[in-house]
Design a binder for this molecule. Structure first.
Ligand SMILES: [Zn+2]
Length: 375
């Protein structure tokens, strides 16, 4: 049973304006690339010129965002709530957000020395948790219409190895008609999270997910899939790439968003930077017009930015080549205080793009994918 605070109590905080005395994160971050560029020039470092020129050409950039990867709750299905989320969005100039739950819940086992704080906190498993979609829907459908309009809720609370999954999604869409705008984040290959997940191992081309992709195409819903490109041991090749690629290839009418471009923080820790990732992403974008890339979480470093925090020219060129195929996201899980800082950390990369491409990536691409007007 969901426990919700009385309606009036929950929405009294929604009326609170975000603190005007605090400068917005993007405004703070705008200063940074120029300083970094100047420093890099002083030190004789190569690679900073593109970013410097792009910023110099348009110093009035003031990014507004679509946060295209935001979890309303954490792995225990708890979170700060809608009021805190709206405050964070206002402060960070996030006009719109892809909001989703977390498709699994972490078990607190009776043998645990203490209550775990994260899914990797101890060895207890996680299990598929459909309540997450109802927590999100109950919070959002009670909000005023202008608040609802700032969110694109995605369905995530299903077991992607259950051949019933598509029917469950259909049922959920009937319970909240017109409410859901997409499906995901679907957890498939995800290093330690996969290891801890009870039951059959999910993979992007599982027959159960193939039915979900067909439903998504029928309803015109994009699907965000987390599918690591490889395992945390086999960094020289895309061990799991074919699973994801075949899903994209065999469902040309389905719009895919590849979460984190196939990377994860754990892959980064274990493998460092996979130098071949750029080439695979480029090939995939060339080959499959129904594929899009989410740059959240583990992509900024070490891929988009180098060790000095400067944009890598190959990735800048890739986004410029496909300027309508990339989005950003905070990937916060239930706690929203860091949304502004996380999105602002993309500023050096955005500043290295042309103004139009930067606007697309920061905000407009996601709006187009969910059929919202781009102002
Ligand atoms: Zn996520």
């Amino acid at each position: 049973m969901l426990k919700l605070a009385p309606r009036a109590a929950r929405f009294s905080i929604l009326a609170k304006p975000s603190c005007p005395a605090q400068p917005s994160h993007p405004a703070r971050a705008r200063q940074r690339p120029l300083v970094q560029g100047a420093l890099a020039l002083l030190l004789g470092l190569a690679g900073s010129l593109a970013g410097l020129e792009a910023v110099a050409a348009d110093e009035t950039r003031d990014y507004h965002y679509s946060d295209a990867h935001l979890h309303f709750v954490d792995f225990f299905q708890q979170g700060d709530g809608l009021g805190a989320l709206l405050d964070a969005m206002d402060e960070a100039q996030v006009d719109h957000a892809l909001v989703t739950g977390i498709g699994v819940a972490k078990k607190w086992q009776q043998d645990a020395p203490k209550k775990p704080r994260y899914y990797m906190g101890d060895d207890a498993p996680v299990y598929w948790y459909s309540g997450t979609d109802y927590i999100l829907a109950e919070a959002l459908t009670r909000a005023p219409e202008p608040v609802q309009a700032r969110f694109s809720p995605f369905i995530t609370g299903f077991n992607p190895t259950d051949l019933n999954a598509a029917d469950e999604i259909r049922q959920l869409m009937a319970i909240y008609p017109g409410f859901w705008k997409g499906i995901g984040e679907v957890f498939t290959r995800h290093d330690d999270l996969t290891r801890l997940t009870e039951g059959e191992t999910p993979r992007a081309n599982h027959p159960a997910l193939m039915k979900v992709y067909a439903l998504a195409a029928e309803k015109g819903l994009p699907v965000m899939v987390h599918s690591n490109i490889t395992s945390k041991r086999e960094g020289h090749e895309g061990l799991y790439l074919e699973e994801f690629e075949s899903a994209v290839r065999d469902n040309p009418e389905t719009t895919f968003i590849w979460a984190h471009a196939g990377t994860s923080a754990e892959l980064n820790r274990r493998l460092g930077r996979m130098t071949w990732l750029h080439g695979e992403i480029e090939r995939m974008l060339e080959t499959y017009p129904n594929l899009n890339i989410d740059l959240s979480w583990s992509v900024l470093e070490p891929y988009l930015l180098d060790d000095e925090g400067q944009p890598r020219s190959r990735w800048v060129a890739l986004v410029e080549r496909f300027p309508q195929r990339f989005v950003l996201g905070s990937d916060v899980v239930g706690r929203f205080g860091s949304v502004g800082d996380i999105l602002a950390s993309y500023t050096p990369f955005l500043d290295a793009l042309s103004p139009q491409a930067a606007r697309n990536v920061a905000r407009d691409n996601f709006l187009r994918w969910v059929d919202l007007p781009v102002k």
